[in-house]
Design a protein around this ligand. Structure first.
Ligand code: TRP
Length: 363
C-alpha cells in the first residue's frame, strides 16, 4: 500500500476493484456492526508473525470487539497448493488457533474452524468452478507470484483453482466483509465474480440473490518488509513470530538489513529497509513513524534496532503471556476447533441446501 493511505484511520472498507488502484476510503469502524458477517483466515503453515498481526489480526480483534459476527478459517487444504506435503498440519493448525486466541480472538464470539472439517463448503467448489474461465484463472497475479516462489517441480491444478476454493470459504457463510492484505485482493475479486455470476445464473424465484458480494477490508498499515528487505513471509525466515521470545526477537532484528546512512529517517520509497523498521517501532508505540525516526536522529542502525526490539517486546508482552498460558492446554485448542467446525457445518449445510434448490437439484 502507498504511504498516502498509511495515515488513514484503522480500517478501510473498499470495493476490491477500487482497492487495487489503492483509492481506499478509510473509516475507523464499520457502520452498523451487527449487520455484517466477516470471514477471514490463514494457511496453517507456521507461526503468525508481526506482518500478520499489524496487517490483519489486530483488525479482526477490533471488528469482533465492535460486535461484528466473525468466521475465521484455518485453510488447511490450501497448504497443498504450493507444496507436495502438508507438513505437521495438526501442529500448525493448533498453533494458529493459539496465535488467534493470544491476539484476542474469542472463540465464544468468533467461529474458528478448519475448512477440511466442513465438507459442504467444498461441495460449493463444483458449481463455482463452472462460473470461471480458464483464462481468468491464468491471469491471477497472486497465483503467478506463488508459482514463482513455489518449491514444487510442477504446478498443480489446485494452484490455479484455489482462489475459487477460497471463494467457497467466503461465500459458504455469506460473509460480506473480508479483512485481508493487499496480496489477497485478486482472490476477493474472484469471490465477487463468482457471487455475481451465481446470482445471475441461478436467481431465486422471488428474484433475491443467494450470495452477497463480499468486500475487502484493508488494513491501513502499510506493508512491513522482512528483515532481508523482501516480502515478510513465514517461509522465508525473515519475520518475527508473535510467539518468539524476547531474545529471539532481538536476534532477528539485529540481523535486519539497513543502510550506511547514520541519520535515521522515514522514507519508504527511498530507504525501504530502514523505513520498515521505523514503521514497526511506530506501530508498536502507536506513534507516527516520522516522530520515531526524528527521535533516533543520528543514532544509526544500532540505536534503531535497539528501539525496534524494545518496542516489539514491550508491545507483545501481554500477548506472549496469554500465549504461554494457552499453550499449556492443547485439549482446549482442539475443543475450540471442534466447536467451530460444528457451527460452520450447520451454516455450510444450509447454504448448500439453498444452492441445490436454486440449481434445481431433485433431492
Ligand atoms: N489465502 C489466504 C492466505 O494465504 C488464506 C485464506 C484461505 C483466506 N481462505 C480465505 C483469507 C478466505 C481470506 C478469506 O493467507
Amino acid at each position: 500500500m502507498t504511504t498516502a493511505t498509511a495515515t488513514a484511520a484503522a480500517t478501510a472498507v473498499v470495493p476490491a476493484a477500487a482497492a487495487v488502484a489503492a483509492t481506499a476510503t478509510a473509516t475507523a469502524t464499520v457502520d452498523d456492526p451487527t449487520s455484517h458477517r466477516v470471514l477471514t483466515g490463514d494457511r496453517p503453515t507456521g507461526p503468525l508473525h508481526l506482518g500478520h498481526y499489524f496487517g490483519t489480526l489486530r483488525n479482526r480483534v477490533r471488528l469482533q470487539d465492535q460486535g461484528v459476527e466473525m468466521f475465521v478459517v484455518v485453510a488447511d487444504y490450501q497448504v497443498i497448493t504450493d507444496r507436495d506435503l502438508a507438513d505437521r498440519l495438526a501442529e500448525h493448525t493448533e498453533n494458529l488457533v493459539l496465535d488467534y486466541l493470544a491476539a484476542g480472538l474469542d472463540p465464544e464470539r468468533a467461529t474458528i474452524f478448519a475448512h477440511s472439517a466442513v465438507p459442504a463448503l467444498h461441495q460449493l467448489l463444483l458449481p463455482f468452478l463452472s462460473l470461471v474461465s480458464v483464462a481468468e484463472l491464468n491471469r491471477n497475479p497472486t497465483v503467478k507470484d506463488e508459482i514463482a516462489h513455489s518449491s514444487q517441480s510442477a504446478v498443480s491444478g489446485l494452484m490455479f483453482t484455489y482462489p475459487v476454493h477460497q471463494a467457497a470459504d467466503i461465500l459458504f457463510c455469506k460473509a460480506d466483509l473480508v479483512p485481508v492484505g493487499q496480496d489477497q485482493l485478486p482472490h476477493l475479486e474472484v469471490a465477487r465474480t463468482v457471487a455475481r455470476r451465481f446470482n445471475e445464473r441461478y436467481p431465486r424465484t422471488d428474484g433475491t440473490a443467494v450470495f452477497p458480494r463480499p468486500q475487502a477490508l484493508l488494513s491501513d498499515a502499510p506493508m512491513l518488509l522482512g528483515t532481508d528487505g523482501g516480502k515478510m513471509s513465514k517461509s522465508r525466515g525473515n519475520a518475527v513470530a508473535l510467539g518468539a521470545t524476547a531474545d529471539e526477537t532481538a536476534r532477528i532484528i539485529r540481523g535486519a538489513r539497513t543502510d550506511a546512512d547514520r541519520r535515521i529517517g522515514y522514507d519508504p520509497a527511498g530507504r525501504p529497509e530502514v523505513s520498515s523498521l521505523v514503521l514497526l517501532a511506530a506501530l508498536c508505540q502507536d506513534r507516527a513513524p516520522e516522530a520515531v525516526a526524528e527521535e533516533i536522529g543520528d543514532g544509526g542502525a544500532a540505536v534503531l534496532k535497539r528501539v525496534v526490539t524494545e518496542s516489539v517486546n514491550e508491545h507483545l508482552r501481554p500477548l506472549r503471556a496469554r500465549r504461554a498460558a494457552l499453550a499449556a492446554d492443547r485439549g482446549h485448542l482442539r475443543q475450540v476447533l471442534r466447536d467451530g467446525a460444528e457451527r460452520a457445518n450447520a451454516v455450510a449445510d444450509a447454504t448448500l441446501a439453498e444452492v441445490r434448490e436454486v440449481m434445481g437439484a431433485v433431492i
